[in-house]
Design a protein around this ligand. Sequence first.
Ligand SMILES: [Fe+2]
Ligand SMILES: [Fe+2]
Length: 147
Amino acid sequence: MDWSEAFETGLSVIDAEHKHLIEFITLLGRADVGQRRRFTDKKLLEDLYTLTKIHFETEEDFMFKADFLLLDSHLGEHSTILGTLRTLIDAFAVDGDAQPVLDFMSRSIVDHIRGEDTALADFIRSKRQGKGKPDPATRGKGGVRKP
Ligand SMILES: [Fe+2]
Ligand SMILES: [Fe+2]
């Protein structure tokens, strides 16, 4: 999996983090079996977890500031991805197979960028352009801001 313009949301901070995340996943995916055994020693999968968590926090900051309508479902998706990533990294610590981690992250990050993150970026851009009304596709589906 390589970074592609198809992943761009149009928000430069978020796009830069997505690019970094995808490049890191791709780099890990290219490691051979011997290199993968050292993922634990070098804590590379923990770095992937941290990178993902930091990225989600960046987006959540955008969401809170913009009063994003789909806040709750987007937060839920981040939490689900991090939970699964944690489970798979813990399994790697036992069986030494990094492939499930890399497969899951490749798939879920791309799906998430094209889905929830694109909706978030569209919402923020439309707000910045002063349209006043968010995209109809993102309207009225919950998103109550947590205290
Ligand atoms: Fe997201
Ligand atoms: Fe994202």
